[in-house]
Design a protein around this ligand. Structure first.
Ligand code: BES
Ligand code: MN
Ligand code: MN
Length: 456
């Protein structure tokens, strides 16, 4: 393995320049404006899978953006790993807050800055280059490899789910490895074993059938913005608990062992706040910050609009107001049930003066991955060897909707072996990826393949 690791060290600079090419493609999935770029990006991934040594590579068109598949099954009798990741990225706005162009990658202080650098192109690329390095140094791979790199993760993986359902044989594997999460701290090998789920909707409150003069009508009619604001404020009580009936009924509590393990992780509320410009944190009473982030469900208004939002003043009572509301869910909660409980409740608390409609957007199931699977053990050992430190196990507050589908339909344990950092500005201006973690990620992936091949 030393030969492979040395090869990776001496080729990382080349791999970084290829990653720059990948990052130059504006593969924003959330609007039809970038359809052509999505196709171009899928092609780029497919070409790189071929160069890396995959001997069957296909671009599967879907009703949305394509899924890229690659495989090399030249190790009969050995286990098969399925590597999943996404080539789509979030939109770039607010563009004026970027220090460099989002699709013109810049390297500064050992970090590469571009949209998608850490989420998820840089992380996806670690596995492609790991495979390539293994082929170049050993002439083959220690196990069978399949890649599924999709283009719709950031919009809920709506077309990947049917793809997985219809291609269970194609995707058959012994484990699914995903690098789309974060290290607990720089240089600290980390396996994430839990993700929150998501239920996302839009609530529209309609009052009068047109905008009204706020002098002629103010005082006689309900203002939809005032009503919506009040309704939103009622969704939490004074202790930070969510007031939707049955919301917590099925929540699986942290075990005493988990709570103890979380306590051993270095964490400071103060430092965490400072990093994001805060002197005080906020949340549900009775839980530590990490517990609230990883194992407690939450409800947040993500955007609210209506009425006059232009420059200057305009005296008006708006006809309607809308809020985008997301709920992060934890094991035990079902997004469909939570969404219907929410819709019922929000209509219940609405006054008769307005009409309320709820439009469901995307959703995702929460997951816990097994800590004792041979794949998790192999990944933990691999990261330990690459990073030279003991691996820590954490949960994560974010969501990757397809993980639940993989676990359920492919019946294979999932391993979340990520190399990003939560403060690398994913979904935000100046997204970046630490290039040391890029190199260690490639090494971890190569080491994982060897470990897992030997463990079965
Ligand atoms: N890679 C993230 C999930 C993530 C976020 C992992 C932070 C670790 C730390 C993923 O691309 C993502 O953004 N997921 C969305 C899901 C949604 C768009 C359906 C999320 O969590 O909001
Ligand atoms: Mn991601
Ligand atoms: Mn993301």
């Amino acid at each position: 393995m030393k030969e492979t690791l040395d090869f990776i060290s001496s080729n990382t600079a080349t791999y970084i320049s290829e990653l720059q090419e990948f990052l130059r493609i504006p593969s924003i999935s959330n609007s039809s404006e970038h359809t052509q770029e999505m196709q171009r990006c899928a092609k780029f991934v497919a070409e790189k899978l071929t160069t890396a040594g995959m001997n069957r590579v296909e671009i599967y068109q879907t009703e949305g953006h394509p899924v890229v598949y690659g495989e090399w099954l030249g190790a009969p009798g050995k286990p098969t790993v399925l590597i999943y990741g996404h080539y789509d990225v979030q939109p770039v706005d607010p563009i004026e807050l970027w220090d460099s162009q989002p699709f013109d990658p810049v390297i500064k202080d050992g970090k590469i800055y571009a949209r998608g650098a850490t989420d998820d192109k840089g992380q996806v690329y670690t596995h492609i280059k790991a495979v390539e390095s293994l082929f170049k140094t050993l002439g083959s791979l220690p196990l069978n490899v399949k890649f599924v790199i999709e283009g719709e993760e950031e919009i809920g993986s709506g077309n990947l789910e049917p793809f997985v359902k219809n291609n269970k044989d194609l995707l058959k594997c012994d484990t699914v490895v995903i690098s789309d999460t974060a290290l607990y701290a720089p240089g600290l090998p980390t396996i994430t074993y839990g993700l929150r789920g998501l239920a996302y909707c839009e609530v529209e409150v309609v009052g009068p059938d047109r905008d009204l003069h706020s002098g002629s009508y103010g005082g006689a009619v309900a203002n939809p913005i005032n009503v919506l604001a009040k309704m939103i404020s009622q969704l939490h009580d004074a202790k930070g608990k969510i007031t939707i009936p049955h919301f917590y009924d099925t929540v699986v509590k942290l075990t005493a062992k988990e709570r103890a393990a979380i306590k051993t992780l270095k964490f400071s509320d103060k430092a965490f706040g400072k990093e994001i410009g805060l002197t005080e944190l906020s949340g549900e009473a009775g839980f530590s910050t990490l517990e609230r982030l990883w194992a407690r469900p939450t409800l947040d208004c993500n955007g609210i609009f209506g009425g006059f939002t232009g420059k200057g003043a305009k005296t008006v009572i708006p006809s309607k107001a809308t809020a985008k509301i997301s709920m992060r869910l934890v094991p035990g909660q079902d997004p469909k049930k939570v969404m219907s409980d929410f819709a019922k409740h929000i209509k219940n608390i609405a006054p008769k003066t307005v009409k309320v409609t709820v439009h469901q957007l995307h959703s995702g199931n929460p997951v816990l991955t097994p800590l004792d699977s041979s794949a998790t053990v192999a990944a933990s050992k691999a990261m330990e060897k690459a990073f030279g430190k003991k691996t820590v196990f954490i949960r994560e507050g974010g969501s990757i909707p397809i993980v639940h589908t993989f676990a359920k339909l492919l019946k294979a344990p999932v391993v979340l072996m990520g190399f990003g950092l939560n403060n690398e500005n994913l979904h935000s201006p100046n997204e970046h990826f630490n290039l040391k973690h890029f190199e260690l990620g490639i090494k971890s992936s190569a080491l994982f393949m060897k470990e897992f091949a030997g463990s079965k």
